[in-house]
Design a protein around this ligand. Structure first.
Ligand code: PAF
Length: 286
């Protein structure tokens, strides 16, 4: 596996790959890799990528001033080892000044769908995500890029941006990877104490119960939202950030759900860890 810190060096490596007509699969990450990231890397390979590129960059632009940018977990040596095991061909680990040199002044903003959910709780977050992802796409120029559905709003934002800006990248979405008790794997799970870790299982349990209510015929968005809120609040160690019921993938607030896909989404704190998770339910024409 080759490791690059500079854009020019990664480009130099990828130019002949592209010239030979070989397909490039790309997995952007912020590192502290877990089973979810590794599943994306394997998906890139099994999807037919001839060259799998991953990036590790803790993007300061997507963190708010009181968020965990400085404390975000990092372990580059272990990440390199995991990337190698997952069959990554090239790893891009740019320093901050390589991505945002002095004078950097351009941002990408996707409007509308970023006014809800995490976009509302974390102002500026998706502007940071969209900006870094478009930069990474321009640097690696992949055929396909892989994202996990745990960050459903991020997926919706990246899909919208890719379509709106005619970026020549196919955005591929991978299901959320979960622990045995349903907790979505996340780099931030490392912040959980053993008690908080146990308590955090309430997130997926609540989402599943709410999805079950949809299966049984509940269509009223406010009642579904209340089920989500009550479920999370039933766990003493949780502090609810939001519970929302919105259309998927355009993230419109709804009165009634269906026909079509609906995102049940939750964000909650357990200690200092802010965890997010979701389930997409599909209601047919009734
Ligand atoms: O999902 C993440 O890890 C990040 O938001 C991403 C897409 C790598 C952009 O920094």
């Amino acid at each position: 596996m080759e490791v690059f810190e500079r854009t020019a060096d990664l480009r130099g490596y990828l130019a002949p790959v592209r010239a030979q007509g070989r397909r490039i699969g790309f997995v952007p990450t912020m590192g502290f890799l877990h089973a979810g990231h590794l599943a994306l890397m394997r998906a890139a390979r099994s999807d037919g990528a001839d060259c799998v590129v991953a990036s590790i960059f803790v993007n300061p632009l997507q963190f708010g001033p009181r968020e965990d940018y400085r404390d975000y977990p990092r372990d580059l040596d272990k990440d390199k080892e995991l990337c190698m095991q997952a069959g990554v061909d090239a790893l891009f680990v740019p320093p901050v000044e390589e991505m945002y040199p002095r004078g950097f002044a351009t941002h990408v903003e996707v409007t509308g769908i970023t006014d809800v959910l995490c976009g509302r709780s974390r102002p500026g977050h998706f502007k940071g995500v969209a900006t870094v992802v478009v930069k990474l796409f321009n640097i690696a120029r992949p055929d396909c890029a892989y994202f996990g559905l745990k960050d459903a709003q991020q997926v919706a934002v990246i899909q919208r941006m890719t379509e709106d800006l005619n970026l020549p990248v196919e955005v591929k979405v991978h299901p959320t990877v979960r622990e045995k008790d349903g907790l979505a794997v996340s780099s931030r799970n490392i912040y959980l104490s053993p008690q908080e870790r146990q308590a955090a299982a309430v997130v997926y349990r609540t989402l599943e119960r709410t999805a079950e209510a949809v299966k049984k015929g509940e269509r009223h968005a406010e009642r579904l939202k209340k089920l989500l809120e009550d479920g999370i609040r039933s766990e003493q160690l949780s502090r609810l950030d939001y519970a929302e019921v919105v259309s998927w993938p355009d993230l419109r607030l709804l009165a009634q759900i269906g026909p079509g896909r609906t995102l049940l989404a939750v964000a909650a704190y357990f200690g200092t860890a802010r965890l997010i998770d979701n389930i997409i339910v599909d209601v047919g024409v009734e």
